[in-house]
Design a protein around this ligand. Structure first.
Ligand SMILES: [Zn+2]
Length: 99
């Protein structure tokens, strides 16, 4: 898993560590928490900002734990300009590691 240098992470973002900690305590992160955890905030194809976008989700066994959902959810944000569906792991939000 690619690690981003800490200096590139804005201070008000939820960190990877915090997200996994919340999930581990069954105090699961909300969709908004995941949206805030995005590290790569621009579409790599067209450059449009992906911040403050609605996070799309659906049941997926390889997805992320989300508050309010019993099953793991696949999370993505659709670029409003070019329409590309960015899975959140491509934007720097790690998935829950299975043992
Ligand atoms: Zn785009």
């Amino acid at each position: 898993m690619a690690k981003h240098p800490p200096m590139q992470e804005p201070m008000d973002y939820v960190t990877e560590e915090e997200l996994l900690h919340m999930a581990a305590k069954h105090n699961k992160p909300t969709l908004a928490d995941y949206a805030r955890a995005i590290v790569d905030t621009e579409c790599r194809w067209c450059g449009r900002s992906l911040k403050h976008r609605r996070v799309d989700h659906y049941d997926h066994s390889d997805g992320w734990p989300v508050h309010g959902f019993d099953r793991l959810q696949w999370l993505s944000i659709k670029c409003p300009k070019c329409g590309y569906d960015w899975a959140l792991w491509k934007l720097g939000v790690p998935r829950h590691e299975k043992d």
